[in-house]
Ligand binder design. Structure first.
Ligand SMILES: C[S@@+](CC[C@H](N)C(=O)[O-])C[C@H]1O[C@@H](n2cnc3c(N)ncnc32)[C@H](O)[C@@H]1O
Length: 215
């Protein structure tokens, strides 16, 4: 007898103006992150033209909302094929498939060398591996940021250094004001096309978004 396990039931939640599909294999959309979409749209008024890039898109709702508010095209990068598949479905449901490209794979390999983006949204896994077990309902791939919690944040910064256009902004989610300080220190230590934090919006002790630009 074969042991076929059906996929978990698809669920739907409201996120801003969108109905978002997901299931228990991916991170459940978090209402507070609407702030990141709205901040991106705010910056789009004065940012250079061009599509928005979203790193670690999950099922795609943060970038989709930002792109709809800003009326821009969107390129999304997501490692997990299950989440990537939902991102496709959510772009379709939102009527934006024609303006959304989804690349499934690691962010380090997702972009051509010459791609430049005026706005980058990044929502990487940012917990230290030792804290992951405190969140048993969240998929490890979505929250495990390595020994110090900064592994995927470093990858987002690598992408920002190579692909953020002049006068562009990278909006990076971090684990509150303490991790924002760690990211500032990390940026201060780097050379080359250096970046810096120019603004921080804190949702609560564990949740914040920082705006990063070229120095
Ligand atoms: C914190 S979750 C955020 C997902 C989504 N933005 C949300 O708010 O639900 C991080 C996401 O990054 C993805 N991810 C982890 N490592 C990645 C990598 N190297 N490249 C691209 N995506 C990655 C995970 O699969 C997960 O969907």
């Amino acid at each position: 007898m074969s042991s076929f396990t059906p996929p978990p039931a698809t669920r739907m939640c409201r996120f801003g103006q969108l109905d978002v599909l997901y299931d228990e294999r991916v991170l459940v959309p978090r209402p507070w992150t609407l702030m990141q979409s709205e901040w991106t749209a705010e910056l789009a008024h004065t940012a250079p033209p061009g599509p928005i890039l979203e790193l670690c898109a999950g099922v795609g709702h943060i970038g989709l909302t930002a792109a709809a508010l800003a009326d821009r095209d969107l390129v999304q990068v997501e490692l997990d094929p299950v989440a990537g598949n939902y991102a496709h479905r959510n772009a379709e449901r939102a009527g934006r498939s024609g303006r959304v490209t989804i690349r499934v794979g690691p962010m380090a390999a997702a972009l051509r060398e010459d791609e430049q983006y005026p706005l980058i949204i990044a929502d990487p896994p940012y917990l230290p591996s030792g804290d992951v077990r405190a969140w048993p309902n969240d998929p490890v791939i979505a929250i495990d940021g390595g020994a110090d919690g900064l592994d995927q944040i470093r990858s987002c910064i690598d992408v920002g250094e190579q692909h953020l256009a002049s006068n562009g902004s990278l909006l990076l989610q971090v684990a509150g004001a303490i991790q924002a300080e760690q990211v500032a220190a990390l940026l201060a230590d780097r050379t080359g096309r250096a970046l810096r934090i120019v603004e921080k919006r804190v949702a609560d002790r564990m949740r914040a978004v920082v705006r990063i630009t070229h120095r």
